[in-house]
Write a protein that binds this ligand. Structure first.
Ligand SMILES: [Zn+2]
Length: 420
C-alpha cells in the first residue's frame, strides 16, 4: 500500500512536469506576445523619501489582522515564482531600479511584467500612477454603513475593518458636502454624488470588499422597510442588514446607470475570522437575476476560489463576469488551468485576466511589483495549459484557442470597460 502510494506520487509528479512543457507552441507564442490588461490589482503609488508612504492601495489592508495560517505561497520564500520575480524585473536591484526609472517607475514595472494597463483597486489615484497605464476601481462598501457599526464588530478583525470603513464613510460625506438627514437625501447627496465623483475621476468600476464585512447574501427589502430602519437609526445587526441590502442594490443600480462595473471579492479572504461560507459567489445569483440590475455588469473577483465551479455556473447570466485575480498567487498553474478551463468551456468572452498584485511584504521581495510579475507568469502558463488541453480534446480548434487567449488576456476587458 505504502509503495503504491509512493509510486503513484512519482508518476503523478513526472506527468505534471511533462504537461507543463506541453503547451501548444502556437498558443504559447501568442500568449507570450499579448500585452495584457490586468482586471484587478493594488499598485502602490511611488513616493519620494520624506513623503508620507502611500496607504490608499486598499480600503481594508490585511496587514494588521489577528494571526492566521498563511497559504504556503504567501509565506516568506514560499512562492517559487515570486522568488524569480526580482531578478526578472530588476536584475536583483529594486532600489536601483526605483532610482533609475524615476517618474516612470510604475509604468516600467508594468512593462517588465508584460502588462499594458492595470485596474488599480485603490481608495484614490494620484501622482506616479499615470492614467495612460492605470485605470481606477474605487471602493463603495463604506456607503453601506451610514450608522455606527459597533454591534457588527463581532471579532477583532471586523472591528478593525469597520473602523476603516467609518473613516471612509466620513471622507465620502465630507467630499459630498452634505449633511443628509433623510434616506432620500443620503441616497442622492452622498451615495450618488460619491459614485458620480468617482466616475468623473476616471473610475471604471466600484469594488466591494463586502465578504470581509458580512455575507454576500443580499436581500431585496422594500424602500419602506429601508425607510423604517433609517428613521429608527437602527444599528441592531438584523435591522441594519435591511438598510445595507437596500443600499447595496441602490449602489449597484447607480453603477449600471453610470456605466461602471461592480467588482465583488468572492471566495477565500485574509484573516482567521474570514467568513468562507458567506463569500460563496452562489449568493450573488439573486443580484444577477434582479431585473432592476440587468444594466449592471458584475465581476466575480478571484474567480470565487475555492467556489470556482459555483462561479462558473453563474457565467450564463448576461451581466456576470469572472477574473483570475489572486489565483496566480495562491495556486500552482495546473490548478488554475483546471478552474480556467471550466469557465472557458462555458463563456470565454466573460473571463478576465487579473493578478491581485499586492504589497504583501514589500521589503521581503513581495511587493506589488513582484506579485504582479509572478501572478502574470502563472496565469499565462495556466491559460496555455487549459487551451492546449481543449485543443487536444477537440473542444476548440488551435485558431479558436489563440482567439480565446486574446479575449481573456485583453479584449474582454477592452469591451467590458469600453477602453480605447
Ligand atoms: Zn484585491
Amino acid at each position: 500500500m505504502k509503495y503504491s502510494v509512493v509510486f503513484c506520487l512519482v508518476l503523478f509528479s513526472s506527468c505534471a512536469k511533462q504537461s507543463l512543457s506541453q503547451v501548444d507552441p502556437e498558443v504559447a507564442a501568442e500568449i507570450a506576445k499579448i500585452k495584457v490588461i490586468d482586471n484587478h490589482a493594488h499598485p502602490v503609488r511611488p513616493t519620494a523619501a520624506g513623503e508620507a508612504p502611500d496607504k490608499d492601495y486598499d480600503a481594508l489592508p490585511v496587514e494588521n489582522l489577528e494571526a492566521a495560517t498563511d497559504p504556503v505561497r504567501f509565506r516568506h520564500n514560499g512562492n517559487p515564482v515570486i522568488g524569480r520575480a526580482s531578478q526578472a524585473m530588476f536584475q536583483g536591484d529594486k532600489a536601483g531600479a526605483f532610482k533609475t526609472w524615476g517618474a516612470n517607475y510604475a509604468a516600467t514595472v508594468l512593462d517588465r511584467a508584460g502588462i499594458d494597463r492595470m485596474v488599480a483597486n485603490r481608495v484614490s489615484m494620484g501622482a506616479g500612477l499615470p492614467e495612460s497605464r492605470f485605470l481606477w476601481a474605487a471602493y463603495a462598501d463604506a456607503l453601506m454603513y451610514p450608522f455606527a457599526t459597533g454591534a457588527l464588530a463581532v471579532n477583532s478583525d471586523r472591528k478593525l475593518f469597520f473602523e476603516l470603513e467609518a473613516k471612509l464613510q466620513e471622507q465620502y460625506r465630507k467630499e459630498s458636502g452634505s449633511k443628509a438627514r433623510s434616506l432620500e437625501e443620503y441616497l442622492s447627496q452622498v451615495v450618488t454624488s460619491t459614485l458620480e465623483r468617482h466616475k468623473k475621476g476616471g473610475a471604471i468600476g466600484e469594488k466591494f470588499e463586502m465578504a470581509y464585512l458580512r455575507s454576500l447574501a443580499v436581500g431585496n427589502p422594500s424602500r419602506a422597510e429601508a425607510e423604517r430602519v433609517w428613521k429608527a437609526a437602527a444599528t441592531h445587526p438584523a435591522d441594519y442588514r435591511i438598510l445595507q441590502d437596500f443600499l447595496f442594490r441602490y449602489i449597484a443600480a447607480e453603477c449600471g446607470r453610470l456605466g461602471m462595473a461592480v467588482h465583488i471579492h468572492t471566495g477565500m479572504g485574509g484573516g482567521g475570522y474570514f467568513d468562507m461560507a458567506g463569500s460563496n459567489p452562489a449568493h450573488l445569483e439573486t443580484l444577477f437575476n434582479d431585473p432592476a440590475l440587468r444594466k449592471t455588469n458584475f465581476v466575480m473577483l478571484h474567480g470565487g476560489w475555492p467556489y470556482s465551479r459555483e462561479a462558473a455556473g453563474l457565467l450564463t447570466k448576461p451581466n456576470a463576469y469572472i477574473d483570475t485575480s489572486v489565483q496566480g498567487l495562491i495556486l500552482a498553474q495546473s490548478n488554475v488551468a483546471g478552474n480556467l478551463r471550466e469557465w472557458l468551456e462555458l463563456a470565454p468572452e466573460k473571463v478576465l485576466f487579473g493578478t491581485d498584485a499586492y504589497p504583501m511584504a514589500p521589503d521581503a521581495g513581495m511587493g506589488w511589483e513582484e506579485t504582479a510579475w509572478a501572478s502574470t507568469e502563472v496565469i499565462r502558463q495556466a491559460l496555455g495549459l487549459a487551451l492546449t488541453a481543449m485543443v487536444n480534446e477537440g473542444s476548440v480548434s488551435r485558431q479558436r484557442a489563440v482567439e480565446i487567449a486574446r479575449l481573456v488576456l485583453r479584449e474582454n476587458a477592452v469591451r467590458l470597460y469600453g477602453l480605447k
